[in-house]
Design a protein around this ligand. Sequence first.
Ligand code: ADP
Length: 434
Amino acid sequence: MYGSFGTTLIQGALLAGTILTAGQLSGRWLESSLVIVSALLVISVIRRNQMYDWLEKKPGTPLGHLPGMWVDMSQRVIHRERQLLRERDEAQMLLINLHQSLSSLDSGLVHLSPEWKINWWNAPASGLLGLREGYDTDAALFNLVRTPELVRFVEEGDFELPITLASPITTGRMLEYKVCPIQDSGFLLVIRDVTRFTRLERMRSDFVANVSHELKTPLTVITGYLETILDNQLVTSQGVRAVEQALKQSGRMNRLLQDLLLLSQLETTAPDPKPTQIRVSDILEHAVREANEVKNALQRETTQIHAITTSDYNLLGDWNELTSAINNLASNAVRYSPDGAVIELAFAVRNGQGLLTVRDNGPGILPEHLPRLTERFYRVDNSHSPATGGTGLGLAIVKHILLRHGGSLEIDSNPGSGSEFRCVFPKERTTTAR
Ligand code: ADP
């Protein structure tokens, strides 16, 4: 800054000196000043044009001879130009490194425009989706990946969870798609090959199903013998209690095996391709009957169970699965609420979605347990008591049934004032009953 100020000062002094000398020599101050300033202006315009020409040329072209302040200016331009070139090279290097790093990932990445057109992808995405360099840029994603489930997933617009689908190009390969919206710049599609993982999941599920199945026969035999012993009074009065306890535990084990088998069946089989229209009032009626049986078995004499139905609706689904889900929730409400509780089963429609709700005014659940309630065998403390008769799989079963119906489970609960479990069904499964 001082440099340019100093140069300006020197140039000003030189100009003043020239005008003074010329004025004194010629004795014509005004004319000599005008001549000198005009000459300076002409030179400046020529230099400026020279400078413009140079600026238009390729970076690095020599400027040629320029005097005084033009040299200073051109040097500044050259300096700035070098700095910009350096920054550009660094940015290019960064971009190349970024591309190489993204291509060395295991996951496929595809950058999509807001209209779902393919902008860019990394090397693994080419392998996973069969994208071809030079052909598929700007192509619509759904022209290349023609999977109806993916189209539906995108149309629904809920990208919180990924979706797992069969590969569009390799039979037997399973791909997981996660859509990450990028603000104002479309979407990033992250694709993972989850074939091994799904195979392991399948093996785990098959293993549980096989073990449960194998245990059923010996358990039936044991239960049969225990019942025979009791019925025929084959033990002394001291032994009766032990046999009764054994029978109770074998009953519990039987329920556990049944729940495990049901859960693995829900996990491993495809949902019914032809679901039926089921009247919501029938589901509720069935659930109230079943809940009353639980109530009587547990001797909750003053507990009240009501079904609240306004206009009747239909749900598109599987009768056994839907009744199993709602019965589980209603049975929990009876089992976990003290005698005298009020339990309501209701149906309502919210933004076209069907809500099948089981509400109780029982003890409620602390908020920290809510996110884990649908995990297998997760139980809130103190619910291990045999009096509840649970297997720890009820809510996991409910969650799977709802997933198979395109729905979800919402839970609201306040310790001390009760719980509300809502089965949410998508619009297309909720219709008015004719
Ligand atoms: P369980 O077979 O033990 O009932 P669930 O999966 O059905 O297993 O429920 C998981 C846990 O959630 C239960 O152990 C219980 O602690 C809690 N729970 C479920 N429903 C209710 C309810 N209506 N009120 C209070 N706690 C509940």
